[in-house]
Design a protein around this ligand. Structure first.
Ligand code: SF4
Length: 343
């Protein structure tokens, strides 16, 4: 059996909290706390959850921007977690990132040509005399055409959507295998958002890319992603094919996220049977005992406060960390009925 393109095994990323330079840390923030997942060749995997669930930290750990506390990251079956900086260079070429804010992620003092030539130069991919043509070609690929007409401009001369296209071109410059897109369209206007999503899909086919798509926008997930991994308070709580997760969530948190996502059709919104999400995410310094979601879960039982649920496997590669996952959707309907009684 071939290894997944990317695999994360039991990864933990903990940060000391408070204390500054003089005092001892007041505790440990468990931003990522034992997460395992895999990304196959050509796949688009969504990583979803509320702010503070650890999805961005996980993405940054995969990119090597933060050091894992423990666990392993494997690329094509080989561990990259403990590689020396020189050895990591090859891995970093294969895994690139698109950031949320196209305004902050481009150097305002550099022309587009300088921005795109830098990764080509850093990785020794294109001789200096050919970098202008290579950069123009990259711009053509991302829909800024003809590319040569944009090379000598500065970021402030572009709209938000055009800047994000330049950021995508920069990520593509080194011909990566994986792109980690962290809320890559959430800062854009809705019409531009659709264009960028269409572009990402086109580039996936042209360049045989795999995406790890970090987002809180379930509309984007449904339209773009093959699989979904749901995180809550540093842990993975549910994973599976997108259609299957949207049709039958097996974790109350996933159900609650679906309930909170906006729907255009008010009639369809009224008919949906997902449970509501109440309260705030607890502190990642002091996660609740047992199931971390239990203080907010409308169907929590005694066992939920006492024992952490394992990530149980279900049909079609589904996994869910809920003691009552096998009983879905009956608990969904019961929770909705209870909500309507109260109303
Ligand atoms: Fe809710 Fe219990 Fe399932 Fe956690 S294990 S999600 S508290 S029902």
């Amino acid at each position: 059996m071939t290894a997944p393109l990317l695999e994360v095994r039991n990864l933990r990323v903990h940060f000391p909290a408070g204390g500054g330079w003089v005092h001892r840390p007041r505790g440990v923030v468990r931003a990522v706390d034992g997460v395992s997942l895999s990304l196959e060749e050509g796949e688009i995997l969504a990583l979803v959850g509320e702010s503070g669930c650890g999805k961005t930290t996980l993405g940054r750990a995969i990119l090597g921007l933060v050091a894992p506390t423990s666990g392993a990251i494997l690329f094509e079956g080989s561990e990259v977690t403990d590689l020396a900086p020189a050895e990591r260079r090859g891995y970093h070429r294969h895994v690139q990132m698109i950031f949320q804010d196209p305004f902050d992620s481009l150097n305002p003092r550099k022309t587009v040509l300088q921005t795109l030539a830098q990764p080509l130069r850093n990785h020794g991919l294109v001789p200096a005399r050919e970098q202008r043509a290579a950069a123009a070609e990259l711009l053509d690929h991302v829909g800024l055409s003809p590319g040569r007409a944009f090379l000598d401009r500065y970021p402030h001369q572009f709209s938000g959507g055009q800047r994000q296209r330049i950021c995508i071109a920069r990520a593509l410059a080194v011909r990566p295998r994986i792109i980690v897109a962290d809320e890559a369209v959430s800062a854009l206007d809705i019409s531009i958002r659709a264009q960028i999503l269409k572009l990402l899909r086109k580039l996936q086919e042209e360049f045989q890319l795999s995406y790890l798509f970090i987002t809180h926008d379930l509309g984007v997930v449904r339209s773009l992603c093959d699989r979904v991994a749901v995180m809550y308070l540093g842990r993975m709580v549910e994973e599976g094919a997108t259609d299957s997760i949207f049709t039958l969530p097996r974790h109350p948190y996933t159900s609650a996220l679906l309930a909170a996502s906006p729907m255009v059709d008010p009639e369809a919104a009224r008919r949906r049977t997902h449970i509501p999400l109440a309260g705030d995410v607890p502190s990642a310094m002091r996660p609740p005992p047992g199931c971390r979601f239990h203080p907010r879960c409308p169907i929590a039982a005694t066992i939920c406060r006492e024992a952490e649920p394992p990530l149980l496997a279900f049909e079609g590669g589904r996994r869910s960390a809920c003691h009552f996952a096998a009983e879905a959707p009956s608990w969904t309907l019961a929770a909705v009925a209870k909500r309507e009684d109260v109303a």
